[in-house]
Design a protein around this ligand. Structure first.
Ligand SMILES: Cc1ncc(COP(=O)(O)O)c(C=O)c1O
Length: 406
């Protein structure tokens, strides 16, 4: 059967507008479309394929498990799930793990846990505090806790008991947290909201206030986790430990899996029968997740993130200066955002489209930020080629560079 991009409009729900090409193959940090054109992948499937495409150890782990056991349900447990949970517990603050299939599901579990925790103290303790521009997924509860009104519009009525505050505003947080608060939820680095790192003081204040008011501190590390920040999880960069942490995206390196990590005290409120998932913790996803975690924890991998970050940010900033399109980049590790310059406000998508046409795949983080989230093991040659193609795209869009700004 012959399928092309135009088939999409005929048979798919119109909630996405995919790019013009259909990708058919990937290897490392390159992907190829139906016409055999190659693209340097600076997007990583939106911060997911952190070991590139078809990493031999991940394909081997998947193939091996595919020949053994695919699915059981949670009526019985399985070895890959137990091993992955054990390794996550050993590598983090967590004592307990709940597996699911996506970031939204991991957050749904965390928010439900927060409500049960609050309820176990006092039914009035049900307020979840979160932040404008936060993104926590697309289920009704997670868009409601998220801080972007456009994702809840038209889906009302939405769940209540959620307070949104300005991000990185310690005074606003101090004024809002109370005995009614069951959880403070934040992304250590806001991803979809424009690659905005928390300030160290803000994240420390969130911990202090959560303790003071017996609320849980929940970190959504769906995007920032699994080595992307240069640490296994970004909380380790900040030195502030949450009660609950959600992980997905990179955890499966491209295979769908999500996880909620929690302290024993927090986890205990999700007693038998309170929450569940048919596929969560299935052997295929967990076998791949275990292989990903083993590779990310190999000596040298995390250390290599800072070198690659430097190369990409230097190149990106140089292009930004010379073409006047974006301001200096920001972020943590290989979660990189370049805010549009004044003249290019609102046009990040134009850059992504031009870059794609020149064979390099990038992302937006809102209308005003160009985002890069490449593989953590992208080669120096692919970094150089991706930047060369991005520069060619800028030259096509803007014209002659400003040599004086080089
Ligand atoms: C911080 C954060 N949380 C949650 C999600 C939702 O994850 P998923 O799309 O796997 O449901 C995302 C996805 O972009 C995210 O960036």
């Amino acid at each position: 059967m012959n399928v092309t991009r135009s088939t999409f409009n005929e048979v798919m729900v119109p909630n996405y507008q995919p790019a013009d090409m259909v990708m058919v193959r990937g290897e490392g940090s390159r992907v190829w479309d139906q016409d055999g054109r190659d693209y340097v992948d600076f997007a990583g499937g939106i911060a997911v394929t952190l070991l590139g495409h078809c990493h031999p150890k991940l394909t081997a782990a998947l193939a091996e498990q595919a020949g053994k056991l695919w699915h059981l349900s949670n009526v019985v447990t399985n070895e890959p799930a137990l091993r992955l949970a054990q390794k996550l517990v050993e590598a983090t603050f967590a004592d307990r793990v709940f597996f699911c299939n996506s970031g939204a599901e991991a957050n749904e579990a965390a928010f439900k846990l927060a409500r049960r925790y609050g309820n176990s103290i006092d039914p009035a303790k049900h307020e979840i505090i979160s932040f404008y521009n936060a993104f926590h997924g697309r289920t009704l509860f997670t868009v409601s806790v998220g801080g972007q009104a456009k994702y809840t519009q038209g889906f009302e009525p939405i769940p209540g008991g959620i307070t949104h505050l300005p991000f990185n505003d310690i005074a606003a947080l101090e004024a809002a947290v109370s005995a009614r608060t069951c959880a403070i939820v934040l992304e250590p680095i806001q991803g979809e909201g424009g690659i905005m790192p928390s300030t160290p003081a803000f994240i420390a204040a969130a911990r202090r206030l959560a303790d003071q008011h017996k609320a849980l501190l929940i970190f959504d590390e769906v995007q920032s986790g699994m080595g992307r920040s240069g640490h296994l999880y970004a909380y380790q960069h900040y030195g502030v430990v949450p009660d609950v942490l959600t992980s997905a995206k990179g955890l499966g390196g491209g295979f769908p899996i999500g996880a909620m990590l929690a302290t024993a005290a927090a986890a205990d409120v999700l007693a038998f029968g309170t929450h569940g998932s048919t596929y969560g913790g299935n052997p295929l996803a967990c076998a791949v997740g275990e292989a990903v975690l083993d590779l990310v924890n190999e000596p040298g991998l995390l250390a290599g993130v800072s070198h690659r970050t430097q190369l990409i940010r230097d190149g990106l900033d140089s292009i930004g200066r010379r073409y006047g399109v974006f301001a200096p980049s920001r972020g943590l590790g290989l979660l990189i955002g370049a805010p549009m310059s004044e003249a290019w406000k609102g046009r990040a998508k134009d850059i992504v489209n031009a870059a794609m046409a020149h064979g390099v795949w990038t992302l937006v983080a809102g209308p005003d930020v160009l985002r890069l989230a490449p593989s953590l093991v992208i080669s120096e040659a692919d970094i150089a080629e991706g930047l060369r193609r991005l520069e060619a795209a800028m030259a096509g869009l803007v014209g002659v560079p400003n040599a004086a700004a080089a």
